[in-house]
Structures are given as structure tokens and as C-alpha cells.
Design a protein around this ligand. Structure first.
Ligand code: RIB
Length: 307
């Protein structure tokens, strides 16, 4: 049976320009290639979890516009339950403008639109789906009160919560205390702890500080180097997979979606992190957020190949 994953979060349409390099303020860079793709950190996590083998329910807000229609159609075709997605009559669907440079690095600006109006009441309407889930996935592209309410309901129902603190912002200890697994990248770990994270040893110091604030497990994602897994009893670097990066957009989202599935299947933490590393590695070899989320068979193939 597929593990049930509930994702509460954002959905965007990504407008992507691939360029030799990202323009500096005031600069115009010619020669770009334009494409659109489905995105948004919450939606990316939901699609990644569905493709990795989860039975996914997504709680979100879209505008009543063509971008919202397209997003909904994409979720349906990924097999995601859309019963808890509201359509907002007063705000457009979220949009992200993304520059992707030749080396795969990106820069992103988001107009949140309807995502910014996801409320605790929206989340409460999804209480039955939350109670029935094995794992809840959260990020920070929707208002904090909705995120906090989701974590509260999950904790009350004994559902494990993975919080990807992206985009980074300071978080109250009350929320952190309800998080089973916190998955910052280096920048986010630094913002949350004040520790400059530029190597695994520094990541371990940041993780220790977050464990001290009530999080049960911290996984600091370190890009191509992999992920540092920290609990009160474990400190282990789970190495990444060597691939040629085309676009790193959404690699963190894909990591989290796959991690939720592996945890929902009851895999041990280190094995789950390895599964998530493989999914993220595959995603950076492709352009776009949701189009880059790998299917389960591809993840298993990469894992088997590197055994
Ligand atoms: O994490 C990548 C995502 O961030 C993109 O899909 C974009 O929509 C922004 O939300």
C-alpha cells in the first residue's frame, strides 16, 4: 500500500529564462531561452512524493485563473488528491520568475498571490486527510499561521511532520517542537541558528543547535555533497550522487517529497535520506521544478547502480 502523505503549501507557475549568467541589478543580459513549468515549493513536494510512490493529498489555494486550472490538471494527472485545494476569487495563482545560469544555479522571485491567503481555517478543513496521513510535509511559502496550524493538527494526531524551512525565516520554538524532521539547506540552517554553514562540521553545529530547540531530527542538505543527518543519537553524512547539474531549481523540494515517502514506508532514517538524495540528484539533471521530479523506478535504478 502507498504511504499516505499530506502536503500543505504553495503552488506557482514558473516562468524560466535560461541564460549564460544571472543578470546583476541594473543589467540586461540577452540570449536567454524561455520556458514555463509547474512549480511552487509545496506543489513540487507533492508531485515529487506522488512520483516516488506516495498516495498524496495536497492542501493549497489557487486563483480562479488559467494558471490555477493548469496546476490543478497537473496535480490530477500526477494522481494527487485535490479535494482540499481551494480556488480564491480575490487573488491570482502564484507565479515565480526564475533565472537559471549555465552552471545550473538559479535566482527566484515569487509573487505569492493566493498562496499568501492560505489560512488556518483552510488547513482545518483538511483535518480528516491529516489524521489519515503517515507523514505531513510543510514548507514556508504560505503564511506561518497556516503552517503552525497544520503542524499542530498533525502533532495532535501523532502524524510525523517534515518541515522544509524554505524560504528561510525565523521560526518559533513552539513550531519547531512539533517538527519530527527539519530539512534546512546551508543558507537556511545559518539563518535559523546564526552558525555559518559551509562544511559538514559547521552543519553539525547548526543541527545541534536546532535539536536543542526541540526538533527531533535535523537533515541539513548540502547540495552535491549529500545530507547530514543528526538526531540526539546519530550524526552521519549521507553522500550525494555525482551527476551533471542542468538546473538545481526544486532539488530541495524533490528531496523532501522523496524523504516523506521513504519515511512513510518505514525505512530507517539513513536509508530514507539516501533515497531522497537519489531523487534530488536525478532532478538536477533536468530543467524545471515539477518536470524534473523522478519516478520511483528511476530512483531505484540509481540506488541499485551505486550500490
Ligand atoms: O523551490 C523551487 C520553487 O521555488 C520554484 O518552483 C518556484 O515556484 C519557487 O516557489
Amino acid at each position: 500500500m502507498k504511504p499516505r502523505i499530506v502536503v500543505v503549501g504553495s503552488s506557482n507557475t514558473d516562468m524560466i529564462i535560461q541564460l549564460d549568467r544571472i543578470p546583476r541589478p541594473g543589467e540586461t543580459v540577452l540570449g536567454g531561452r524561455f520556458t514555463t513549468a509547474a512549480g511552487g515549493k509545496g506543489a513540487n513536494q507533492a508531485v515529487a512524493a506522488a512520483r516516488a510512490g506516495g498516495g498524496v493529498s495536497f492542501v493549497a489555494r489557487l486563483g480562479r485563473d488559467v494558471f490555477g486550472d493548469q496546476a490543478l490538471a497537473g496535480f490530477r494527472s500526477a494522481g494527487i488528491c485535490v479535494d482540499r485545494i481551494g480556488r480564491d476569487p480575490a487573488a491570482p495563482s502564484g507565479v515565480a520568475l526564475i533565472f537559471v545560469a549555465r552552471d545550473g544555479e538559479n535566482s527566484i522571485a515569487v509573487a505569492s498571490g493566493a498562496n499568501g491567503r492560505l489560512s488556518p481555517a483552510d488547513v482545518r478543513k483538511a483535518a480528516p486527510a491529516i489524521r489519515g496521513a503517515a507523514v505531513m510535509l510543510l514548507q514556508l511559502e504560505t503564511p506561518l499561521p497556516a503552517v503552525a496550524e497544520a503542524a499542530r493538527l498533525a502533532a495532535k494526531a501523532g502524524v510525523r511532520v517534515i518541515l522544509n524551512p524554505a524560504p528561510a525565516r525565523p521560526l518559533p520554538d513552539a513550531l519547531l517542537g512539533r517538527v519530527s524532521v527539519l530539512t534546512p539547506n546551508e543558507t537556511e540552517a545559518e539563518l535559523l541558528t546564526g552558525v555559518k554553514v559551509n562544511n559538514p562540521a559547521a552543519a553539525a553545529r547548526a543541527a545541534a543547535s536546532l535539536l536543542g530547540r526541540g526538533v527531533k531530527t535535523v537533515i541539513v542538505t548540502l547540495g552535491a555533497r549529500g545530507a547530514l543527518v543528526a538526531t540526539p543519537d546519530i550524526l552521519q553524512l549521507v553522500p550525494g550522487f555525482k551527476v551533471k547539474a542542468v538546473d538545481t531549481t526544486a532539488a530541495g523540494d524533490i528531496f523532501n517529497g522523496a524523504l516523506a515517502v521513504a519515511m512513510g514506508e518505514g525505512r530507517p532514517l539513513i536509508e530514507a535520506a539516501r533515497f531522497a538524495n537519489a531523487a534530488a540528484a536525478l532532478s538536477v539533471t533536468r530543467l524545471g521544478a515539477q518536470p524534473s521530479a523522478p519516478r520511483r523506478a528511476e530512483i531505484e535504478q540509481l540506488l541499485a547502480k551505486s550500490h
